[in-house]
Design a protein around this ligand. Structure first.
Ligand code: NAP
Length: 463
């Protein structure tokens, strides 16, 4: 069976799940579509608001249960998982609270008459989600679509079926109608079939470029709208006037949170000459604080990677980088524990011809680059096929923002680690994907912005 919970701390298979069948998919499509039609007729917005608030309440009440499901699936620290559950509750509340404002008809002034747009549901959205934030990634799609009246069918990552099932049960417990949210353990073939089905009106994926290309291809072939949240190789730019104490305080979080398996973790540290030596010393010191161990224990600070394959891939990427001339100045030693741990590792001397130069490492590995000045930092940050996020450190905030605006990414954080909040848009450019999740922009992703236009002649005739 493809869908399994294998506990990354021990390697033990905790549970296997049978795949859903084509008949299960048909049932989900039929129920989702019937519900979409019903909601278009009856609206039921007040009911959905109450259900979404209840989803938030249940998440907060049963935080431990949901957090543990994630820990068993993909190994993150329990405290990180609890934070994720809380964030999901905030996202659910946010959309339930904001929907009236987001649904207000938007006027489009024209001398030709009266025009406005209403935002309406379009139908089932098919979501393909990754394992690194098993609840948060699903909530980013579920909350805005559910509240507007788009049913969701989820295909989650094959290594987090426990979390997928828990999310499905959560929706049921909150009283969401049948068809509103359905998790299915599907093969890739059935995913393509689902996206081709006329009852599905949109497809989204968070994951790798490979996965994204395949979902976008299925969507494009069938003229469906799609949105992709893909990988990143985010820069962490330290300008001459950076407050180095502030920088140091964020280094552990920037690269080691979630064992480095974050699309927006800082993967490339780009530091001007002035601060380089201090920066490298600080990064080593912060990485040395990592304590590998039981993800459920509160004194563990570095979780195992999500799977044996993830560990193999990270070690292989480090090896290839070193073979290509990179120098390892910290880490890359075996961790003497049974789980899928990788020691925090720092690489320097990664030149343009190195395999790592334009590659995302999804694990606790930081690459440090020394640059002459700010212009060189910006050029290096932009020399990437990715464009998800980045962080810029400088004491002159306005100047740091102006540097941020010169980086070809979807998100820039100033003097802060990467940040996600319900009210802030999330997404990238270039090979990091297209479309935005969260905020008002995420709400608009799969809505019909329906124009209602009355020409002035018509208005005059009907006075
Ligand atoms: P992945 O292999 O693309 O998997 C993500 C999801 O896509 C999983 O559910 C996977 O299912 C599914 N999938 C992959 N290929 C598919 C296909 N051909 N047809 C149907 N479904 C397919 O990604 P990953 O490597 O596990 O995830 C990590 C990546 O996600 C990193 O690159 C990370 O940066 C990115 N990410 C991006 C964001 C963002 O917001 N931009 C957020 C988090 C993560 P299976 O598990 O069954 O293969």
């Amino acid at each position: 069976m493809a869908y399994k919970t294998i506990y990354p701390y021990t390697g033990e298979v905790l549970k296997e799940y049978a795949n859903h069948t084509e008949a299960d998919l048909e049932d989900a499509l039929a129920k989702g579509h019937a519900l979409y039609k019903k909601w278009r007729k009856e609206n039921a917005l007040e009911e959905r608001k109450a259900q979404l608030h209840l989803v938030a309440d249940l998440l907060r009440r049963d935080c431990d249960k949901y957090a543990k499901a994630m820990v068993y699936d993909m190994g993150k620290l329990l405290d990180e998982a609890k934070f994720e559950v809380g964030l999901c509750a905030d996202i659910a509340d946010y959309y339930a609270d904001k929907v009236d404002e987001f649904l207000k008809p938007e006027p489009f002034p024209t001398p030709a008459g009266e025009a406005y747009c209403v935002r309406q549901a379009t139908g089932i959205v098919f979501a393909v989600e990754p394992w690194n934030f098993p609840f948060y990634q699903v909530m980013r799609v579920f909350a805005p679509n559910f509240i507007v009246g788009n049913p969701i069918i989820l295909k989650h990552a094959s290594n987090c079926p426990g979390s997928a099932e828990a999310f499905d049960n959560l929706c049921r417990e909150a009283g969401c109608e049948e068809g509103a949210f359905k998790n299915l353990f599907l093969s890739y073939d059935l995913v393509s079939k689902a996206i081709a089905d006329p009852r599905v009106q949109g497809a989204c994926l968070t994951g790798s470029e490979r996965g994204g290309a395949s979902i976008a291809e299925a969507a494009g072939k069938n003229l469906k709208k799609s949105s992709l949240e893909l990988g990143g190789n985010d820069a962490f730019i330290v300008l001459d006037d950076a407050d180095m104490d502030e920088v140091k305080s964020l280094l552990f979080f920037a690269r080691l949170y979630n064992a480095g398996q974050v699309c927006v973790s800082s993967k490339r540290f780009i530091v001007t000459e002035k601060n380089y030596d201090r920066f490298v010393a600080d990064l080593k010191e912060e990485f040395a604080k990592a304590k590998c161990g039981d993800p459920m224990a509160s004194d563990t600070t570095l979780a195992p990677l999500s799977s044996a394959v993830a560990k193999r891939d990270v070690l292989q990427a480090i090896k290839e980088a070193i073979d290509d001339g990179a120098q390892c100045i910290y880490g890359n030693e075996l961790v003497d524990l049974p789980g899928f741990f990788v020691m925090p590792t720092i690489l320097v001397n990664v030149t343009k011809d190195n395999s790592l130069y334009n590659r995302e490492i999804f694990g606790p590995v930081g690459v440090v680059y020394k640059v002459k000045d700010e212009a060189e930092a910006i050029a290096l940050a932009n020399d990437s096929s990715y464009g998800l996020g980045n962080t810029i450190f400088g004491s002159d905030l306005q100047h740091a923002r102006e540097v941020g605006e010169q980086i070809e990414t979807g998100m820039s954080c100033i003097n802060a680690g990467f940040t996600t909040l319900p009210e802030l848009p999330f997404g990238g450019v270039k090979n990091s994907g297209y479309g935005r999740e969260l905020s008002r922009l995420g709400f608009n992703a799969f809505v019909n912005e329906h124009l209602i236009f009355t020409p002035k002649e018509t208005i005059a005739r009907h006075k």
